[in-house]
Design a protein around this ligand. Sequence first.
Ligand SMILES: Nc1nc2c(ncn2[C@@H]2O[C@H](COP(=O)(O)OP(=O)(O)OP(=O)(O)O)[C@@H](O)[C@H]2O)c(=O)[nH]1
Ligand SMILES: [Mg+2]
Length: 207
Amino acid sequence: MDYASSEHTSGRASDPTADGTDTAPLAVKILVAGGFGVGKTTLVASVSEVAPLRTEEYLTRASVGVDDLAGLNNKFTTTVALDFGRITISADLVVYLFGTPGQERFWFMWNDLVNGAMGAVVLVDTRRLDVSFASIDFFESRGIPFVVGVNCFHGVRDRTVEEIRGALALDPQVPLLLCDARDRAAGRDVLLALVDHLMAGQQAAST
Ligand SMILES: Nc1nc2c(ncn2[C@@H]2O[C@H](COP(=O)(O)OP(=O)(O)OP(=O)(O)O)[C@@H](O)[C@H]2O)c(=O)[nH]1
Ligand SMILES: [Mg+2]
């Protein structure tokens, strides 16, 4: 697949071509999931070509003892509903990104957010792998394809890819990539890996 064009192609979705053919690109809904504070909002914001919608609220004392803030020194807010962004992958494909809330008390919203989703990115933080276990179970149990993005906070790569795979008990088919959620190119690579994974799954299903 040609991923050459990543820049915003405003109006492309609705402009008919000169011969009258409507060339609206395929729109795909993708969830960006993972445990509390793994970088979901950061990733959606860094890759989105439109100003991302965020629903952040300040962390309150209700979070103390429930959400692990170890290693998240500058985290003062949390997503209470969703993040939303958009990225044009190619002239044929636009991805709509929905970031999920990470705090356990908001997980009930995932059941609505997942409606119509083709696939997901599950972000993990190697210092707190356990907070993303539930996300992996969520997509596995629903048969929704996903890739794992290992958000390397501060560039720390303290575990090998094999160790992370083992700790997450990941199916060998599931792609896993190291990334920095703050970096647009790295975030985009994770999304491209998911698109490839989705296409491979569709091809396998049709043969
Ligand atoms: N150093 C570093 N900080 C990061 C990285 N990714 C995210 N952060 C910071 O980590 C904190 C958590 O990031 P968020 O994007 O809010 O995480 P989240 O998964 O959306 O969090 P919830 O919505 O509360 O579950 C923020 O303070 C970010 O600035 C990273 O790759 N490196
Ligand atoms: Mg968030």
